[in-house]
Each structure stands twice: as structure tokens, then as C-alpha cells.
Design a protein around this ligand. Sequence first.
Ligand code: F6P
Length: 328
Amino acid sequence: MPKTIKKLAVLTSGGDSPGMNAAIRAVVRACAYHNIECFGVYRGYEGLIDGDFESMDARSVRGIINKGGTFLKSARSKNFRTEEGRKKAFQKLQEAEIDGLVAIGGDGTFTGAMIFNQEFGFPVIGIPGTIDNDIFGTSHTLGFDTALNTVVDAIDKIRDTASSHNRLFFVEVMGRDVGHIALNAGIAGGAEEILIPEEDLGMERLVESLNKSRISGKSSSIVVVAEGDKIGKNIFELKDFVDENLEGYDVRVSVLGHMQRGGAPSCFDRVLASRMGVKAVESLLEGKTNYMVGLLNGNMELTPLDRAIKGKTKINLELLRVSEIMST
Ligand code: F6P
């Protein structure tokens, strides 16, 4: 029989993502529903080490489902990477008689949770919160959909000015080492080319293809570049190369940056956050530990944390083909 859980804690760690507040709310409310006390931990693992947490009731999370960021704040904790830091965190949890932890974040957050579980046998469940969509075991991470909408909105605006001036724009989007944001937002924003780390186009072929589009009658172009793409050293070097080798366009660069992580979560992310929060709490109550909750084929499923961390998310080849056909 699993140990009866009476108190849970929830934290957000790593880069924030839209929908984290909605997920915290879901965890707190699911705890209240099951008559469990819930503690909100401030500043991720850093706050856990310092004992910076407080009890939260259902009403304490009112009015946050629509807010971007995370009101619990987030951090990338160096101290939690040390055994000493993790020991302190365990002591703080024991002192408060907390029996389980829901950790919302990306692979760094899950690595910390997994090691913590291995060292102290402490029950943990992860909720994948990152705009990058780079976690195995879920078709969507929390915040990915909102970030896509933000990027598409930005591309639409850039296109207005690009077409007014017959310009070619390189638009850099986030995504760390993967191209999910670039590929999806690029298709939705009608980009002429999409450069992602999973597929190496090469500078010459890019220039060739842009030149072909120009000759076929395109007076302006948008190229979406994933930040992890390796085509040039960076987007400015890429811009210089194209500027020198392609006639007919004035070339500009727009790096979207951290605005992609902000803003009100989309409807999709709010529903996803609510489902993940409930699943995380109920999984811990069922005695499950060391898992991540995820969305697979429309259902809430559990994936062992080590698989979620090590497994690779694959780029959708059909989307790649669609993007190629759309840029004709
Ligand atoms: O993982 C989310 C993310 O926004 C990545 O897309 C990006 O590479 C990174 O975090 C930026 O991190 P920081 O906020 O530390 O600059």
C-alpha cells in the first residue's frame, strides 16, 4: 500500500512558460478537492532549500489562470545540483511533514526531481512546462501553444513591414536545440523558408531557393530561423552572407527573444495545465512516483522521468514536407 499522502508541495523551475500559473492553480485545487494540504514553493529548488514555502488554499490561486509567468517565481538552482543542497531541501520538506512534490519545468527540473527521488525516496511527479516542446512523453509541453501564437502574431506584423519595403527578414525564434517552434510557427506565418537544427539546408542552397522565389515574383520574404539551427555561426552572420550573395532584397534581422515566453496562456494551454495538475496530484495519491504527466493521443499519460529526459522528441516529417510545398 502506498504511504498516505497528507501534504504536497508544488514548484516551478527553469525557464518560465505560459500556463505555469494555471498548472499551479490546478495542483492547489486538486489538493483541496482531495483534502490534502498544498504548499507553494517560491523560486523553484532554491526556495525548497531555503524552506521558502507556504500553505495555499483553493482561494489563494484565484485570478491566475489567465496570467503569464509564474507567481511562485522560477530559478535555475545551482545549489540543488549539489548533494548538500538537496539534503537541505529534504530536511525542510521533512520538517514541514510534506510527503510529495509536483515539479513544473523542463528537463533540468526533471533531472533534479529524479536525483532527489533516487537519493531520498521522496515521491515526485513532473509537469512539462517549457515553450520548447522538447520533452519526450507528451505531444505538447505547457506554454508551447501560447508561444506559437505569440510568434505567429509577431511574424504577421513583420510581414506587414517587410512587404511595404520589399525586404527579406530573418526572424529568430526560441526552442533551444529543437525546431518545433520554428517549424510550426513558420508554417502558420507563411514563411518562405524555415531553418531548424534537425535539417541542414546549407547557406548556398538557401540563397538559391530565395533567389528562385524572388525571380518567381516574391517581392518580400520571411525566413524563420530556430535559435539552435547551425547554418551560420549566428543569425547576423547568416544575414551578411545572404546580403552579399542575393540581389533584390534589403535584408533585416529580427530576434524575437523572451517576449515568446510571456503573455496570457492560450485556451489550449489553460486546459492542458488544468488536466496535468489534476493528473499529477492524483498520481501521487495513487502512490506513483518518478513520472512525468503528458498528453499522448488526447489522454493524460505517465512517462518515467528518465525516459522523459533522455528520450528525443522527433520533428514531424510530414510538417517538414508541408512547409516545403507551401514555400513553392
Ligand atoms: O527553455 C526555454 C528557453 O526560453 C529556450 O527557448 C531558450 O533557449 C532559453 O530558455 C533561454 O534561457 P534564458 O531565459 O536563461 O535566457
